[in-house]
Design a protein. Structure first.
Length: 558
């Protein structure tokens, strides 16, 4: 009997990564990556006309996702020489909330002549923050009207989410909003392309679309109070077909077979948010375990049987990371890209040509020699605003303690430490609200490459950090759900638990805290918390004003 395989695809910020896994044990057989042609579009709409974008925009071209979908999966099949009929199922995840308006057939409006020059018909990227005013308005009205949905987001939804982006589209380009049949999150749109099935996965619904498993979406009455034209946002502009993440989304149709090279009729798992797909990949499907995904941004997730609404969470919603559990999520919106910012912009000019990875390694070796507190620096890691615990994207990064003797490696280490202080702050919050955190799983390429960072986390948190030996947790997680979609009769599994037992990563490196370093970090963490409160809450208007000035000046320059 031939082996059976599952394919997991992770659509990240800059590329699509497809991986092939043996269903019997989760072993990765091959991987293929395809970068998006246009990457992230920031200043001008792609094309000959050089149409300027709204300042702060981050958009992506839908054709890039289709091209990378094709290249990554077909390239994977060619590389591994596995036959399409050996693929039992396919699953995928993507960034959230990366949103696009489409017509009744699921075709992006930017594909048509009428709207190809309109930026609001392209994908609005997950980390675009041009919709802060709409998010503020939604939050203010929700509290005024006593809307219950905001409590599952610590009383404050993010500007990165669907309704702020949809409302922004309505106000900036009402003709686009009117023409849109449905606004899709990226992963649901991709599932639609290969199955023909329209849906909204419950992972994205709870995470980015303000859906609650008991009360549903925000009411039409509430939405119409924001704008009388916006009352139909939930009832007419979103798919009413909500699908749990452990269900089958559909089967590859002829169009999907042509795109992917897979056999028509292959089961397709319901899509999910990238970070939440990764939870099952390390075997986590029970409370007490924090899964920390370290990437461009960072996400922290803890499961619980009942929802616990607390300050500082990004969201609490049912079935987002595991069936029958509420996932409690927090995050850091500027993570790996903050470290990259330093490498690209803050190092002394060097005539030698080195890769970014080599520069990270070189500066890490210098930073590793330093003792905690030796630099006299404490950073507040708001280089791209704050996701948790403040959910305030008008904040910006701050570094305290500079002197004429300050060296680049000291600044770099301070940035690493700042993110660890942020995580400790969030773990303390979990514990204070009755959710124990006994284990921390650090997942992603960063913890596998940067040993200094992981050791700093162990020392600051004061608990061991587990780094699973998984190449890409998101693709494995999506592969696990692909095996569930296939079902036992098709060579897969009939439950998520069975699939996790067989396929989840079981090998890991454990970093234990240094007791001396942990003691040295305690007063530094107290300083971090004081500064965090001082500039993030008590005097947040200072950084808000700086952002307004920067935005105004940038707009005039453009």
């Amino acid at each position: 009997m031939k082996k059976r395989y599952a394919i997991g695809i992770d659509f990240g910020s800059l590329s699509a990564r497809a991986a092939l896994f043996q269903i019997e044990d989760g072993k990765q057989i091959g991987e293929n990556v395809s970068e998006y042609k246009h990457g992230v579009i920031e200043h001008y709409l792609c094309g000959d006309k050089k149409i300027p974008l709204e300042p702060g925009s981050l958009i992506q071209h839908p054709q890039d996702f289709l091209d990378s979908f094709k290249e990554s999966v077909q390239g994977l099949l060619m590389q591994t020489k596995v036959e399409p009929e050996e693929i039992a199922g396919i699953g995928m995840d993507a960034t959230s909330c990366t949103l696009i308006p489409a017509d009744e057939n699921g075709t992006p409006l930017c594909f048509g002549v009428a709207f190809k020059d309109n930026q609001y018909t392209y994908f609005q990227m997950w980390k675009q923050h041009t919709t802060q005013a709409e998010a503020d308005e939604i939050n203010e009205l929700a509290h005024k009207m006593g809307e219950s949905f905001v409590k599952q987001y610590s009383g404050k939804i993010s500007c990165e989410w669907a309704f702020p982006k949809m409302l922004h589209t309505l106000r900036k380009s009402p003709e686009v909003y009117e023409a849109a049949d449905t606004f899709y999150d990226l992963v649901d749109w991709l599932v639609l392309q290969i199955t023909g099935e329209k849906m909204l996965n419950c992972c994205s619904a709870g995470g980015a679309f303000c859906w609650n498993d008991k009360t549903g979406f925000p009411s039409s009455e509430f939405l119409s109070r924001l704008d009388e034209r916006f009352g139909n946002a939930a009832t007419e502009k979103l798919s009413s077909n909500l699908k749990p993440i452990d269900h089958i989304a559909g089967y590859i149709n002829e169009k999907g077979a042509e795109l992917t090279g897979l056999k028509a009729g292959t089961p397709v798992a319901v899509g999910k948010i990238d970070s939440l797909a990764a939870v099952c990949s390390v075997g986590v499907n029970s409370p007490g375990k924090l899964v920390f995904i370290m990437g461009t941004g960072a996400a922290l997730m803890v499961l619980n049987k009942e929802p616990i609404y607390m300050r500082g969470l990004y969201g609490v919603y049912y079935g987002g990371a595991a069936p029958d559990y509420y996932v409690h999520t927090a995050g850091i919106t500027g993570y790996g890209d903050t470290f990259d910012w330093f490498i690209e912009n803050a190092l002394p000019i060097n005539d030698s040509i080195k890769t970014k990875g080599e520069l990270h390694m070189e500066i890490s070796e210098k930073a590793e020699i330093l003792k905690p507190g030796e630099s006299g620096l404490v950073a507040i890691n708001w280089w791209n605003g704050d996701r948790s615990p403040l959910n305030d994207f008008d904040l910006s990064g701050v570094l305290f303690g500079y002197t004429l003797q300050t060296k680049p490696e000291e600044v770099y280490r301070a940035l690493l430490e700042a993110t660890a202080y942020n995580v400790l702050q969030l773990i303390d919050n979990f514990k204070e609200n009755g959710m124990q955190v006994d284990e921390v799983y650090a997942v992603g390429g960063i913890p596998k490459k940067n040993k200094l960072l992981v050791q700093i986390y162990a020392d600051i948190l004061g608990i061991p950090i587990i780094v699973p030996d998984v190449d890409n947790a998101c693709t494995l997680g999506s592969g696990i759900y692909a095996a569930v979609a296939a079902g036992k009769s098709n060579g897969g599994y009939d439950s998520v638990e069975a699939a996790i037992d067989a396929m989840a990563c079981k090998d890991a490196i454990v970093y234990s805290p240094d007791t001396e370093n942990h003691a040295a970090y305690i007063p530094l963490y107290e300083i971090y918390k004081k500064l965090h409160f001082l500039l993030g809450e008590e005097n947040k208007g200072i950084l808000h004003q700086l952002k307004r000035i920067r935005t105004e000046k940038s707009a005039k320059r453009d």
